[in-house]
Design a protein around this ligand. Structure first.
Ligand code: RTP
Ligand code: MG
Length: 388
């Protein structure tokens, strides 16, 4: 029996109209197991991330305004086909089309006040659960009536369908790697071109970095010390682009056994500590911060270009940059397949040649657009005020 989890939310109108008990009661009565629950008032930014796939819709601003009308009840429910069945229980998005017997069919009228949300796929459910809950808020326990709800009871309390953590240090078999197909479209900021200023350069001095212990996976050999390395550079003002990048490198480190670290290009220790305390994403790699932005400045000087964040850097065992993957412009929905980073890191770890997209065809003549000052980006009040 698949133990699926889904994210169900009672929207502000459901809370205000006193429908919390009714909605929770339906999931309980159905037989699903409650794994997490909280009454919470999410920020605008959080809601925009939650509904980011609808960003381009005309109703998006109204949707965010609606979701900010009051607290919501965020929940995780678990059971067989919880995602699909949860959607059926909610009813069609527009209550005018929702059948009687469904939550929306019975309890609301207007699509812009449709009282509840449910994940639309297992993939969205995993993403949404990670966005709304920390791991320690998800309760693992045995449902006492399981044998009366399911014919085939679970044999063991296995972990649910979260992204699997594969065996450490297992290098992917070449057959598991899709062939590298060079990108042929217009200039694309998620694609690294052969004229990227990083490629072939030596890693600048990083001795000024300061470790931020997390209590796990804190050991780092260091770039150029005989092991290939992957670094992810990020900063607090980029949080929703940074979190998936940090998680992706953590997963690569676990799967491929590559030495990895996160470079938090914020110059205050309190920001780095806050990142660890808030535990906003799965960071299973050593973490460093950059006092005085010395490393950021060293990279900018080496590149003669601003450091784009977040970025992955792949270094060979001698500390030469063999690939840089820009991730700027990404949101929670990382498009690593478009970037082909997955191909590159697997080829790199297996000792195979990396793919190439050829040159970008973009002229780097600063006199055309005017010089870009790194300080401008990092020193703005907005960046200084950003918090995890
Ligand atoms: P939800 O994500 O909230 O569970 O809803 P859903 O999957 O059924 O529908 P989705 O397309 O994801 O839309 C999200 C929410 O946006 C509001 N909406 N308004 N005015 C409109 O045409 C319109 N369309 C959608 C609804 O509140 C919908 O639940
Ligand atoms: Mg939806």
């Amino acid at each position: 029996m698949p133990r699926e989890r889904t994210f169900i939310m009672i929207k502000p109108d459901g809370v205000q109209r006193g429908l919390i008990g009714n909605i929770i009661g339906r999931f309980e009565a159905k037989g699903f197991k409650l794994v997490a629950l909280k009454l919470t008032s999410p920020s605008k930014e959080h809601l925009e991330t939650h509904y980011e796939d609808l960003k381009s819709k005309k109703f998006f601003p109204g949707l965010i305004e609606y979701m900010l009308m009051g607290p919501v009840v965020a929940m995780v429910w678990e059971g067989m086909n919880a995602v699909k069945t949860g959607r059926v229980m909610l009813g069609a998005t527009n209550p005018a089309d929702s059948l009687p017997g469904t939550i929306r069919g019975d309890l609301c009228i207007d699509v812009g006040r449709n009282i509840c949300h449910g994940s639309d796929s297992v993939e969205s459910a995993n993403k949404e659960i990670a966005l709304w809950f920390n791991d320690d808020e998800l309760n693992n326990y045995k449902h006492h009536s399981e044998a009366f709800v399911y014919e085939n009871v679970l044999k063991e309390e296995a972990a649910p369908a979260l992204p699997a953590a594969p065996a450490p240090a297992a290098v992917a078999a070449p057959s598991a790697v899709k062939e590298f197909a060079p990108y042929e479209g217009e200039y694309e900021e998620l694609v690294t071109y052969s004229d990227d200023p990083s490629l072939g350069k030596k890693c600048p001095d990083m001795s000024t970095l300061v470790a931020v212990p997390k209590g796990h996976h804190d050991e780092f050999v260091g770039v150029g010390n005989g092991k290939p390395t992957c670094l992810v550079m990020f900063a607090k003002y980029l949080k929703y682009e940074a979190f998936p990048a940090v998680e992706a490198v953590s997963a690569y480190a676990a799967e491929l056994g590559i030495d990895s670290a996160g470079l938090l290009l914020d110059n205050k220790e309190k920001d780095a500590k806050r990142f660890v305390e808030k535990n906003p994403c799965k960071c299973d790699i050593p973490l460093f911060f950059d006092p005085g932005w010395k490393v950021k400045d060293a990279f900018s000087a080496m590149l003669n270009d601003p450091v784009t964040l977040p970025s992955f850097y792949l270094f060979d065992k001698d500390g030469t940059i063999v690939w840089r993957q820009a991730l700027s412009g990404m949101t929670g929905n990382m498009k690593l397949d478009k970037s082909q980073f997955d191909y590159q890191i697997r080829a790199f770890v297996a000792g195979n040649p990396l793919g190439s997209h050829g040159p970008s065809g973009i002229s780097r003549d600063d006199s055309v657009a005017g010089p870009v000052s790194q300080e401008d980006v990092f020193a703005t009040q907005e960046v200084a005020d950003a918090v995890w």
